[in-house]
Design a protein around this ligand. Structure first.
Ligand code: PLP
Length: 415
């Protein structure tokens, strides 16, 4: 008989978290399995909330299926890369070209790939806090060190350049920008993006611009593509079909390299090598990329008055304005709200304990703010994807949970 061994997971995973699908999400599934329904607001997955992928993209995939049976070029289908490069050129990205576009199984794969191609052990990456936690996880998994720069509610979650610059060391290799931002919904002004590009140029950093929410904007918010402002630095612009085109399940994302390309040959070669090692991205979904970028704008109607995302966002803004305990920086873009809880009114508030009670007692799943690599524990993230009516109900349940917590705190004071 051979001895059985329990395999120990890699020590690299010790620092890696992804609580959007973590312990609370697993508990929600268990509750659902027991027969109780849960309103799950933990993931920005439009297809789960009745948003369809636009018909012309579905047709493109169906029509391309017979031509999807072989691996394609490691960088992706030529028609997809040409459409991506054309969009980048139109946006003013210097040097954007189909030869410098890589298509991946979602932006997720490319975040990992681009960091892996860059980092040596101990290299530092500047990442916003709060962040989309894959950026931190992928940095750590590739031997790097995630250095978080603050984006504070008091500043509308827009980063301050001096605070970023203070964190730069000789080991800093890259500056990550998530705009429009997940989880905060902040849309950065042009002046901030210009200053970030200048900072990267001064310190020789690679700019990594995660722009997966580039077409989801509310009210007067304006999306300014980073690549257009970054001629003198190596700039990687990430986007994809998941959010703007409501096709998360297609797993189609891309990255375009632009800017200071003169000495970028070795890095391009590294990207190409890593792409080749995984052969290629899902081919069938790539047929939808060119139609998505050249066809009708199908997202604007959702974010304008009367549109589903707009109306649900309005419910969140109004509910937070009415609440005695909740504070909100109104999201200018993307698919989330990141309300804060007033800790003077609610002393000892703990985001995880609150989210657990909200799930157990009120059947609503949200993500505690501390899951996004911030030290404070008084924020929650919820997606704007449900109907306005559902969101109204969610805030009634949030307020009930807050009221219960306040009563318990008051009772403790009396005792
Ligand atoms: N970047 C950000 C900021 C995201 O919010 C997400 C998904 O939620 C991703 C990247 C990954 O997207 P995908 O892999 O579906 O392209």
């Amino acid at each position: 008989m051979t001895a059985t061994h329990t395999p120990a997971p890699s020590h690299r995973l010790r620092e890696v978290r992804y609580e959007i699908r973590g312990e609370l999400a697993r508990r929600a599934l268990a509750i659902e399995a027991s027969g109780r329904s849960v309103i799950k607001l933990n993931i920005g997955n439009p297809g789960l909330f009745g948003f369809d992928t636009p018909e012309h993209l579905r047709r493109a995939v169906a029509g391309g299926l017979p031509a999807s049976e072989a691996y394609c070029h490691q960088q992706g289908l030529a028609s997809a890369r040409e459409a991506i490069a054309a969009q980048q050129q139109q946006r003013g990205a210097p040097g954007a070209h189909a030869e410098r576009v890589w298509v991946g199984n979602g932006v997720s794969e490319l975040i990992d790939l681009c960091l892996r191609a860059l980092l040596d052990a101990g290299d530092e990456v500047l990442i916003p806090a709060p962040d989309y936690p894959l950026w931190t996880a992928a940095t750590v998994l590739n031997g790097g060190v995630a250095v978080h720069y603050p984006c504070l509610a008091g500043d509308g979650f827009v980063p301050q350049i001096a605070a970023i610059e203070a964190l730069i060391t000789p080991r800093t290799r890259a500056l990550v920008v998530i705009n429009p931002n997940n989880p905060t919904g902040a849309v950065y002004p042009r002046s901030t993006l210009v200053a970030m590009s200048e900072l990267a140029t001064r310190h020789g950093l690679v700019l990594m611009a995660d722009e997966i929410y580039d077409g989801l904007l509310y009210e007067q918010a304006e999306f300014v593509p980073m690549a257009a402002l970054a001629p003198d630095v190596l700039c990687l612009s990430f986007a994809g079909l998941s959010k703007v085109h409501r096709a998360c399940g297609y797993r189609a994302g891309w990255v375009s390299l632009s800017g200071a390309l003169l000495h970028s040959g070795a890095y391009q070669h590294a990207l190409d090598l890593l792409s080749a090692l995984r052969l290629c991205a899902n081919v069938a979904a790539q047929w939808a990329i060119a139609p998505a970028l050249t066809g009708p704008d199908t997202s604007r109607a959702l974010t304008q008055p009367g549109g589903r995302l707009y109306e649900t966002r309005r419910v969140v803004i109004d509910a937070c304005a009415r609440s005695a305990a909740l504070d909100l920086v109104s999201p200018g873009g993307a698919l989330y709200a990141f309300p804060g809880i007033d800790t003077v009114r609610c002393p000892g508030f703990d985001d995880h304990a609150f989210a657990l009670e909200l799930l157990e007692r009120e059947s609503v799943l949200v993500v505690p703010g501390s899951s996004f690599n911030v030290a404070y524990r008084n924020h929650l993230r919820l997606t704007l994807l449900p109907d306005a009516d559902v969101m109204t109900e969610v805030f009634a349940r949030i307020e009930r949970t807050l009221a219960r917590q306040l009563t318990r705190t008051a009772q403790r004071h009396v005792a």
